[in-house]
Design a protein around this ligand. Structure first.
Ligand code: SF4
Length: 302
């Protein structure tokens, strides 16, 4: 059996940057240190930060002192101002791609466009982008949903950074059925595009795809969705314990990818467990990965 690990699997630029910022803050700043919500959508990574003394807070108004780290998904502007107003030391780990989406949405709203965000209305990133428009934005997740709304004549469209490109394009086409003036900012991040393109390509070749990452991670779920759309049997696994030996029965080729918030050592754990279950499995292409997963004997960071 061949196992191939996607070259793009694992931490993206924004997550790596946020984790580095958080670890540096823990080393150099006196406590207490909080993140508002989990820094990234991966339980193992959040547990790693907790061991360094970084706590997850859900309610900003309860924080009276210390440092608050803004997560990769960003924060609505008024909450950022509130944190500073409460005298908290703010470390902003908002991914620059998310910051760009917020900025574009704010510009569109200021210029009088009805802002449409193609994304998940319950995702914190989308809340932040909507907040940048004064919560006047409309959030949609499909072209059918676009068609259910009566739109303004002037519409500006942005995407959640982890959106699937084809869904975004279909939503833009649906907007054009109603609006006379449409400004489109394609704010899907390059890390998402690269991971999705590679997953799509692999899913055409590999009948079984394992997508490693948090169940609450938007980009991980999108990767699993893309693999299924391409006809592969796709399973989202949070870690090695989720693997089911039955999945591998009669399978010759297994593809592995991982969300942008999945630590390398979690991917490595999954590979190690597959090798224990299937000693003849041959891992390919991993040595082309730019950094991270060592498929033979990689170790957890902590
Ligand atoms: S997936 Fe994209 S937007 Fe999200 S943290 Fe990574 S680089 Fe930033």
């Amino acid at each position: 059996m061949e196992i191939r690990v996607a070259q793009t699997a694992g931490y993206c630029f924004g997550v790596r940057r946020a984790m580095d910022l958080a670890k540096k803050t823990a080393e150099h700043t006196p406590g207490p240190i909080y993140t508002l919500g989990p820094l990234i959508h991966n339980e193992q990574a959040v547990a790693q930060l907790a061991r360094r003394g970084i706590q997850v807070a859900e309610d900003l108004s309860r924080l009276k002192q210390g440092t608050v780290i803004i997560r990769t998904h960003g924060l609505p502007p008024e909450q950022l101002a509130q944190a500073k107003g409460q005298g908290l030391h703010v470390v902003d780990a908002t991914c620059p791609f998310v910051g760009r989406a917020q900025k574009r949405a704010a510009e569109l709203a200021a210029a009088g466009y009805q802002v449409l965000i193609v994304g998940d209305p319950n995702h914190p990133e989308v809340e932040g982008v909507s907040g940048a428009t004064g919560y006047r934005a409309l959030v949609v997740s499909s072209p059918d949903e676009v068609r259910r709304h009566r739109l303004s004549k002037k519409v500006g469209v942005v995407a959640q950074t982890t959106q699937i490109l084809s869904v975004f394009q279909e939503c833009v086409a649906a907007v054009l059925e109603q609006a006379l003036e449409v400004v489109v900012h394609q704010t899907i991040c390059s890390a998402t595009r690269e991971r999705q393109d590679e997953a799509q390509e692999m899913a055409r070749e590999f009948p079984l795809m394992l997508v490693v990452g948090g169940r609450n991670s938007a980009n991980t779920n999108k990767l699993a969705e893309i693999c299924s759309r391409e006809g592969a049997r796709a399973f989202l696994v949070e870690g090695a314990a989720d693997l089911n030996p039955v999945w591998f029965d009669g399978v010759e080729k297994v593809g592995i990818t991982a969300g942008a918030s999945t630590p390398d050592w979690v991917i490595e754990d999954v590979i190690r467990r597959i090798r224990e279950m299937l000693p003849d499995a041959r891992v390919t292409a991993c040595d082309q990965r730019p950094a991270g997963v060592q498929t033979a004997s990689g170790t957890a960071e902590e």
